[in-house]
Design a protein around this ligand. Structure first.
Ligand code: GDP
Length: 295
């Protein structure tokens, strides 16, 4: 499970502080060195780590710890608060103000776009929405079929026009179809590539221009670590992302992406996915994640 190693290391480091009555600057320094190492090992962006440790240290040497009867506990509280802040403080909700709400799913091939589109439809259905899934990946063999299978498993209609029509035209037709059929959310499963390339980006930008989606969600594989942050940065430049869905948190990803993305790109993580089943998706709560890490 993600964060296992980081979680163990942070907990054992901070535990050492709680045993002490008073904390000297040396104690704090030693702990912060260990925190820094643990974060770097978890593949958190170097600059993010540096800023994080600096902030925690400044606060740990301040009055709130000095004057506390339980200084160790106080330092843990500070680390918890700063971890939460790093990940964005509070949940960022989907904007459903536009009807139908268009959600464009994008990302590199294999990140989990098609699976996540299905999971999202499933989740939104439970919230009382009437989603429509749209097959716009016309290049990957079997992508359309895969979305149809996923759609069927979550009892959600899938709009497809095969692989001979341009994704922009498919998405426009899908929006009309949704309006006629009372679908209040349109989830567009776009094509991915192994690497970001101009042709793909142009296609995504064209869909974006034609549909003016309320949400542009980047599906990111947490296992790709630092690279996930670079990918997010590039997609954000081209498409102005509204959120990230971090997938495969059930694997042994070290968690660096989850902790770096918000700081580096300012794009909030909106959902996390941890498994291949259709209900393995949840709204991302930074505070809950921080508490989970610190045990
Ligand atoms: P796409 O190319 O971006 O559309 O990616 P797919 O949706 O086809 O997913 C690629 C692979 O990742 C599939 O085998 C999925 O079952 C798997 N996958 C997607 N999300 C998760 C997840 O959260 N956890 C795990 N373990 N596997 C996932």
């Amino acid at each position: 499970m993600v964060f296992e190693s980081l979680s163990d290391k942070l907990q054992s480091t901070l535990q050492k502080l709680t045993g002490k009555g008073r904390l000297s600057e040396k104690d704090i320094d030693a702990a912060m060195r260990e925190v820094k190492l643990a974060l770097l090992e978890a593949d958190v962006n170097f600059k993010v780590v540096k800023d994080f440790v600096k902030t925690v240290k400044e606060r740990a040497l301040g009055k709130e710890v000095l004057e506390s009867l339980t200084p160790g506990q106080q330092v843990i509280k500070i680390v918890n608060e700063e971890l939460t802040r790093l990940m964005g403080t509070s949940e960022v909700k989907i904007d459903f103000s536009k009807k139908p709400t268009v959600i464009m799913m994008c990302g590199l091939q294999g990140a989990g776009k098609t699976t996540t589109s299905g999971k999202l439809a499933n989740k939104l259905k439970k919230d009382g929405k009437r989603p429509l899934l749209v097959a716009c990946d016309i290049y990957r063999p079997a992508a359309i079929k895969q979305l149809q299978v996923v759609g069927k498993s979550v009892d959600t209609p899938v709009f497809t026009m095969g692989d001979k029509i341009s994704p922009v035209d498919i998405s426009k037709a899908a929006l009309e179809h949704a309006k006629k059929n009372g679908n209040d959310v349109v989830i567009i499963d776009t094509a991915g590539r192994l690497h970001i390339d101009e042709k793909l980006m142009k296609e995504l930008q064209d869909i974006h221009e034609a549909l003016e989606p309320s949400e542009v969600l980047l599906v990111l594989d947490a296992m790709t670590g630092q690279d996930a942050v670079n990918v997010a940065d590039k997609f954000d430049d081209m498409l102005k992302l509204t959120g990230v869905v971090l997938t495969k948190l059930d694997g042994d990803a070290r968690g660096g992406a989850a902790l770096s993305i918000r700081s580096v790109t300012d794009v909030p993580i909106k959902f996390i996915a941890s498994g291949e089943k259709m209900d393995n998706i949840e709204v991302f709560h930074p505070d809950r994640m921080a508490s989970r890490i610190l045990g």
